[in-house]
Design a protein around this ligand. Structure first.
Ligand SMILES: Cc1ncc(C[n+]2csc(CCOP(=O)(O)OP(=O)(O)O)c2C)c(N)n1
Ligand SMILES: [K+]
Length: 439
């Protein structure tokens, strides 16, 4: 894996970013903040910071720092600029990557429409971010624990979550692993080591850091935690708690920010004034940081491999920022043409689309057969439509279950609420579709 070490920009706790924009080979420089070393004459040694003294006042400006560069392997046309960066995954793996991205994209299109037809209550697509899901998931081990936000369905696809499992969840029927307790797309799978998604933004972040810390305390730990979140979620207070705890406790967690440019209608330029989320890592929190083109599946893959190796070897976190563009609307409750030009969306949905880039790469390799791939899409469409028909017919879990499964023993206030609902439904049963629920 030495090719990774030579070229992935892992920026550690370095003092001056502009002096360290060159490649830092694998090992991360910690010299500038090594609190243990003996201070020299021109270094101040306050408990709060070790830094050089200067005699000239300087109001340091954000512009004094160069932005963290974006690691990319494949260009727009699907060519690899530096052959040493080709992860050499082989045809079978690349085909799985491509097909999983296509599966996600195809399923998203149909489920989005099914919400429009009133079949499910809500949906969120992953358009434009397929490569950051698949590229990152492919670089992990199944024992690594995932905390998602809600737009990482591709990670589940890679891990083997089935079409019926996705769709049963969206219908909240008796086969939904979450027993209909959550909104659509709030997946979870104990078997696949994927913690169930919570709607309140950023709540997963301190939890992920804590879970990683617990892993580190186990003897011979060989697993890490990956926590996905959006750049919008990174403005929540919980994000700060997570970053700082991860740094100070030394948690083996990869804090994976999907920076897709928008938090619903808030563009990232209104979300922060600094150098994205990556910019907070080295200087703000003292965390090794990596920034990649999130539309380039190979860049995400290489970077994630390097990040995983680092967090396990060092027992320290990594801030990982994958830059992409949210091609779809925020959710079925949003119309993004109200706040961004259609032409802009079109660019990211064509030349810049991660699936198109990987396709071009495969074409150059002679690994792409248009007819075979069209058949594959047709087959996925058929499977998804058939599953929708099947999931729709299944009963919902008994409504009483909504009170169960949270506490080991149901507390008094929940018992009272359940009894009240029982009476209410008994009195007004003609207004409820009780035939759709398990008895
Ligand atoms: C604490 C909290 N505040 C507000 C919301 C409403 N909300 C849901 S998604 C979202 C935008 C999040 O954007 P980002 O984290 O960038 O992720 P993206 O949707 O772009 O993937 C907001 C404000 C929420 N779910 N939780
Ligand atoms: K976002």
């Amino acid at each position: 894996m030495s090719f990774l070490r030579k070229s992935v920009h892992l920026l550690g706790s370095v003092a001056r970013r502009q002096q360290h924009l060159k490649v830092i080979g694998g090992a991360i420089s910690t010299a500038a903040r090594d609190y243990g070393s003996t201070p020299s004459d021109d270094y101040a040694n306050f408990p709060g910071a070790r830094a050089p003294f200067v005699s000239k006042l300087n109001l340091i400006q954000p512009e004094d720092y160069a932005p963290i560069p974006i690691y990319r392997v494949m260009d727009q046309d699907g060519y690899i600029a530096d052959e040493t960066q080709d992860p050499q995954l082989g045809r079978e793996v690349v085909e799985k990557m491509f097909r999983d991205m296509v599966l996600l994209n195809t399923m998203d299109k149909i489920l989005y429409e099914s919400q429009r037809q009133g079949r499910i209550s809500f949906y969120m697509t992953n358009f434009g971010e397929e490569a950051s899901h698949i590229g990152s998931a492919a670089a992990l081990e199944m024992r690594d624990l995932i905390y998602g936000q809600y737009r990482e369905a591709g990670v589940l696809v890679w891990r083997g979550f089935r079409i019926d499992q996705f769709i049963d969840q969206c219908y909240g029927n008796t086969n939904d692993l979450g027993r209909g307790k959550q909104m659509p797309v709030h997946y979870g799978s104990r078997e696949l080591n994927f913690v169930t998604i919570s709607s309140p933004l950023s709540t997963q972040m301190p939890q992920a850091v804590g879970a990683a810390y617990a892993m580190k305390l186990k003897p011979n730990n060989d697993a890490c935690v990956v926590c996905y979140f959006g750049e919008g979620a990174a403005s929540e207070g919980d994000a700060h708690a997570a970053f700082n705890f991860a740094a100070t406790l030394g948690s083996p967690v990869i804090l994976f920010c999907r920076n897709n440019g928008f938090a619903i209608s808030t563009p990232s330029r209104e979300q922060y004034r600094g150098d994205g989320i990556a910019g907070r890592g080295p200087m703000g929190y003292g965390i090794a940081t990596i920034r990649v083109d999130g539309t380039d599946v190979f860049a995400v893959y290489n970077a994630m491999k390097a990040a995983r190796e680092y967090v396990l070897k060092e027992n320290k976190p990594v801030v990982f920022e994958a830059l992409a563009y949210r091609v779809g609307h925020h959710s079925t409750s949003d119309d993004s043409t109200a706040y961004r030009p259609a032409e802009e969306i079109e660019v990211w949905n064509s030349v810049e689309h991660p699936i198109s880039k990987l396709k071009r790469y495969m074409v150059h390799k002679g690994w792409f057969d248009e007819d075979v791939e069209n058949e594959y899409v047709k087959d996925i469409r058929k499977k998804v439509l058939k599953q929708i028909a099947a999931s729709e017919k299944k009963l919902k879990p008994n409504w009483r279950e909504m009170f169960e499964g949270v506490y080991a023993e149901m507390p008094q206030h929940l018992i009272e609420q359940r009894n009240e609902l029982e009476k209410h439904i008994e009195a007004h049963k003609e207004h409820y579709p009780l035939k759709n629920f398990e008895k």
